[in-house]
Design a protein around this ligand. Structure first.
Ligand code: ACO
Length: 357
């Protein structure tokens, strides 16, 4: 009996393929190397949705800009109760206000929503008024502007764009599976995205990068890395940013993101320090689990990149959702158009009722 559906094939897809042995990711026939740093987030949204969402506008960047402006109206629903929650919980609540349809306008609003709502929540939590979107900007540049209240530099917008492209889709990960299961009931795109968001939030999936900053801050200096890591593992804790269900070699997205951090010029010495912690972690994991191929996953350098872009660590998972929402929607539509209801079986191992005397 497999616990975790390891190696179970639950869908056929033309959207993405993860080769865990070779460390390769393909998105609709293109390799990640071909896309990251070359295609924009808007390009990969078009690539993923083509053929799955009817009536996609030809000028997708402009349509996504308009969608950002439309969903901004929901920000007025932010109240003290929501602002007391974590950014992902507040963002999820705003997203749940969107209508549950399947058309192109709904798809674009859902892609716009995590970006607009996250920026508004982070600003409001810091005591600033939310900023309305500028539909003329690229998605990445507008996210940073809405977050900070001032335009971001060109390299910063490029770095965020590269991140959103890098995480836009990744096979049948837990959140995409959750989105597909909901879509298979024909519930609608907003419900599917909410399912994806719920699954993404957990620390074993998209919730890992925030705590990585906590780990780096606690370690403080390279010479503390090994003892700190040993102590964590002694307590039965897992190291965030390491290990993956599918990749048995280094996650190719880790290096794409590391390159983006380097180009951005992270805080002096921060990247070198993180590399020292990574090397110590890999060495300890190899000693402790020689039969498991535990490698660096996407989240380790995600944390460094989003820190360099001045996102607060408790909003890192929201930024992941800004990119992955494109994949959730494409998968939800692929499932709704061609798939059957997802309804696996369970094996009952509990007690049987007593036979009546
Ligand atoms: N730190 C310490 N030990 C680990 C780690 C880790 N990061 N990852 C796996 N292990 C250990 C497990 O304890 C287990 O040991 P055991 O065989 O003695 O019980 C063994 O390695 C195998 O782990 P599994 O639980 O079988 O791996 P699984 O495929 O279920 O989990 C996961 C993958 C959840 C990513 C895991 O590696 C983990 O918890 N990593 C830390 C959290 C993290 O970085 N999450 C982000 C993942 S990337 C993403 O979702 C975008």
């Amino acid at each position: 009996m497999t616990n975790g559906l390891e190696n179970v094939v639950a869908a056929e897809t033309v959207l993405s393929d993860v080769d865990g042995q070779a460390g390769r990711l393909i998105i609709r026939g293109r390799s990640l190397d071909e896309l990251a740093g070359r295609a924009s987030f808007e390009d990969v949204v078009a690539l993923l949705l083509e053929g799955f969402v009817d009536g996609l506008p030809a000028d997708l960047p402009a349509a996504l800009g308009r969608a950002r402006a439309e969903v901004f109206a929901e920000v007025s629903a932010l109240d003290a109760g929501l602002l007391a929650r974590s950014p992902i919980e507040a963002m999820r609540a705003l997203l749940a206000r969107l209508a549950d349809d399947e058309d192109a306008a709904t798809a674009l609003r859902l892609i716009a929503a995590p970006a607009v709502f996250t920026a508004a929540v982070v600003r409001a939590q810091a005591g600033h008024a939310p900023m309305a979107p500028d539909p003329a900007l690229s998605h990445a540049a507008d996210v940073l502007r809405m977050l900070r209240g001032a335009p971001a530099s060109e390299p910063e917008a490029r770095a965020l764009d590269a991140y959103l492209v890098t995480v836009c889709d990744h096979g049948l990960n837990a959140s995409t599976f959750a989105a597909r299961a909901v879509a298979s009931t024909r519930a609608g795109l907003t419900s599917a995205v909410l399912a994806g968001l719920g699954a993404l939030k957990g620390p074993l999936h998209g919730g890992a990068p925030g705590p990585i900053i906590g780990m780096l801050d606690e370690i403080g200096a390279p010479e503390n890395a090994r003892p700190w890591i040993e102590a964590q593992l002694d307590q039965g804790e897992r190291l965030m940013g390491f290990g993956h269900r599918v990749y048995k070699v280094r996650d190719p997205r880790a290096d794409a993101l590391k390159a983006a951090v380097r180009q951005l010029g992270a805080r002096h010495g921060r990247l070198e320090f993180a590399e020292a912690v990574e090397a110590a972690a890999l060495a300890v994991l190899k000693d402790r689990k020689p039969d498991r191929a535990l490698q660096t996953n996407v989240e380790f350098y995600t944390a460094l990149l989003l820190e360099a872009l001045a996102f607060p660590p408790d909003a890192f998972t929201c930024v992941f959702a800004m990119g992955r929402v494109a994949g959730w929607i494409a998968h939800a539509r692929e499932q709704a158009l061609g798939g059957r209801l997802i309804r696996p079986q369970s094996v009952y191992v509990g007690p049987r009722p007593r036979r009546a005397a």
